[in-house]
Design a protein. Structure first.
Length: 295
């Protein structure tokens, strides 16, 4: 498999893992698990596991280099302005709006990525990126609303936190690019998560641990291993092989996966607009693959 196709597959798999975690998180919330506790716990445990794996799999030279001042500053910026906000803002967007509004506004992330890259390189984005982004946004709107735009909750707070979710998606995609070029993705992602979890330590230590049942343990295990470790690792690793703008656009597979899983898990049905939206989102992967092939 070419690096181009590998990058596309990693981005899709990463966002699908994240999408699958949504109903597991919803189920845990129904068991009185606090959202902020879940965010902190998943960052802490996934961060420790990924960091240990990264240190075992890499050489001592990387271990020394990654803690040098300039790299450590980037790691902290990645954790504080990328990793943590990407978790918190989406939950806050749901809290003050609803899941549909949050999902759509979060998908402004690729827009911010394209704008940032255009400013950085002082040139307009490729036409295929603009077309793909428009198709992906339309597809996402169809998937999460089934064409019923009136279901969106357009409160000022919901809109603000939804936009911030989009900004944070751009920041955690763009900030660690230089680190990922130099260091193993497991180290970068794991340390970013661990550093970000520090902000939640007081909450983790003072919050009562949820009741332990096979279901809660299984749900939590999935969220840690696949919904956090694997999803972020695959997503950020894809930036090594494809442009950040492409990786951002392929995150449209997250709401698509969450909705398809709802059909299978909760026996819901996909409406006409949702089916059209799914086709539009899937088409962006082929458009980007063809565009990258021509480069």
């Amino acid at each position: 498999m070419s690096k181009r196709n590998q990058g596309i597959m990693l981005a899709i798999i990463g966002t699908m893992f994240w999408g699958i975690s949504s109903p597991f998180a919803q189920a845990l919330f129904a068991q009185n698990v606090k959202p902020l506790w879940l965010v902190g716990a998943r960052l802490l445990l996934a961060g420790i596991l990924l960091s240990v794996w990264g240190f075992i799999a890499t050489d001592k030279e990387q271990h020394k280099e990654i803690f040098k001042k300039k790299n450590l500053i980037l790691l902290i910026l990645f954790a504080v302005f990328g990793m943590v906000p990407s978790q918190l803002t989406f939950f806050l967007a749901i809290r003050y709006g609803n899941a549909s509004t949050a999902t759509i506004l979060q998908f402004l992330g690729p827009v911010f990525i394209i704008v940032c890259l255009a400013i950085q390189y002082r040139k307009l984005p490729p036409r295929i990126d603009v077309i793909s982004l428009m198709i992906a946004v339309l597809g996402t709107i169809f998937v999460v609303t089934n064409g019923k735009i009136g279901t969106l909750a357009l409160s000022a707070a919901g809109i603000f936190w939804g936009i911030m979710a989009g900004v944070s998606q751009a920041s955690y995609t763009l900030i660690p690019r230089r680190l990922l070029e130099q260091f193993d993705a497991r180290l970068v992602t794991g340390l970013g998560m661990f550093i970000g979890s520090v902000l939640f330590w007081p909450l983790i230590l003072t919050t009562k641990i949820p009741s332990i049942t096979p279901f809660t343990v299984g749900s939590f295990a999935y969220i840690i291993i696949f919904g956090t470790m694997a999803s972020y690792l695959c997503y950020l690793q894809s930036v090594k092989y494809i442009p950040a703008s492409t990786t951002g656009m392929l995150s449209a597979f997250e709401p698509l996966t969450a909705n398809v899983l709802s059909v299978l898990w909760f026996h819901e049905t996909l409406g006409t607009f949702q089916t059209v939206g799914a086709v539009l989102i899937l088409s962006t992967a082929f458009l980007q693959a063809m565009a990258l092939k021509g480069k």
